[in-house]
Design a protein around this ligand. Structure first.
Ligand SMILES: [Zn+2]
Length: 299
């Protein structure tokens, strides 16, 4: 029954994603002439996707309180709290960090002030020690490979797959719902982000292969504009992995045939299969240069 409900929500979400409860707020940061907007989409059964600009997180409202993920930044975290308060006055119990990068996990103070307990992989603590962020509370609970958060009869499982994008990234699985929230390493129908900062191509592919073995039906990705659905089929994980494999194969083939300059590779390597993916024209050359560096320098 729950599965049918979630499937229905998925279809409705695909159809209505552009008219989710969106609201814009004034900002000095225009994108293409438009202000950054935010929206909250109800996936069902207390699970919500909050989107700001091209960033997303999830939050889960349970009978005993709320579990929040990546607060993004101080200004947006306040907007997020406002959105949660439109839905429930239950306490914010947990904030879960997906990984160490400041663009996803800054701004949690507003939840710390409410007494929330912060959870993250143990390497988040190390990375925030090396690269401090005044706006990012340190995790109170850290773990090595897996950790399970339980609240009000609901469960979120956290799992670390080793280095892939940085070395602290965890994915978050709702086991009953078979939904995976995944940050940065799966973005449906989009080529890899720019020059793939802090991405390790071979470890990324390895991690995706392992994630493909997880018991999931759906993924919620932490990136996507408001025109993209809030929730996607789990096959997006495989699609991302195959894209990376195709990219690496194409660059390697060109290098093996004698093209060694990154400038020449950027111009000549094409992946027409992905022409319809977001940022194909703009970011593919940068993806290519990152893979050139991988083969040229060895990592
Ligand atoms: Zn990141």
């Amino acid at each position: 029954m729950k599965r049918i409900f979630i499937q229905l929500v998925f279809v409705v979400s695909l159809l209505l994603s552009s008219i989710a409860t969106a609201s814009n707020f004034p900002t000095e940061e225009p994108v293409g002439g438009k202000p950054f907007g935010y929206s909250t989409t109800n996936i069902g059964d207390g699970l919500y996707v909050f989107r700001w600009w091209v960033y997303r997180n999830i939050f889960l409202v349970t009978d005993e309180g709320v579990i929040v993920t990546d607060p993004m930044n101080p200004r947006v975290a306040k907007q997020l709290l406002g959105e949660i308060r439109k839905i429930t006055d239950k306490p914010i119990k947990y904030v879960i960090y997906s990984h160490n990068h400041h663009d996803h996990i800054s701004g949690g103070k507003v939840f710390k002030d409410q007494g929330a307990t912060f959870i993250g992989h143990k390497n988040v603590l190390k990375e925030l020690g090396d690269h401090p962020s005044y706006a990012t509370p340190l995790p109170d609970i850290t773990f090595e490979d897996e950790y399970t958060v339980q609240l009000g009869g609901r469960t979120i499982e956290l799992k670390y797959f080793g280095p892939n994008h940085g070395d602290s990234l965890v994915v978050m699985r709702l086991p009953k719902e078979k939904i995976l929230f995944v940050v940065d390493i799966v973005t449906p129908r989009r080529v890899a982000f720019r020059s793939m900062p802090d991405f390790w191509p071979d470890e990324w592919i390895r991690s995706l292969k392992e994630i493909e073995q997880m018991d999931i039906d759906y993924v919620i990705s932490a990136h996507g504009p408001e025109t993209q659905p809030a929730i996607d089929l789990a096959s997006a994980v495989k699609d991302q992995r195959v894209y990376l494999e195709d990219l690496m194969t194409a660059v390697k083939k060109a290098m093996d045939s004698g093209t060694h300059s990154p400038d020449a590779l950027r111009k000549t390597v094409k992946l027409p299969k992905y022409e319809n993916w977001q940022y194909y024209k703009e970011w593919l050359p940068m993806n290519i240069e990152r893979i050139w560096a991988y083969y040229h320098m060895g990592w």
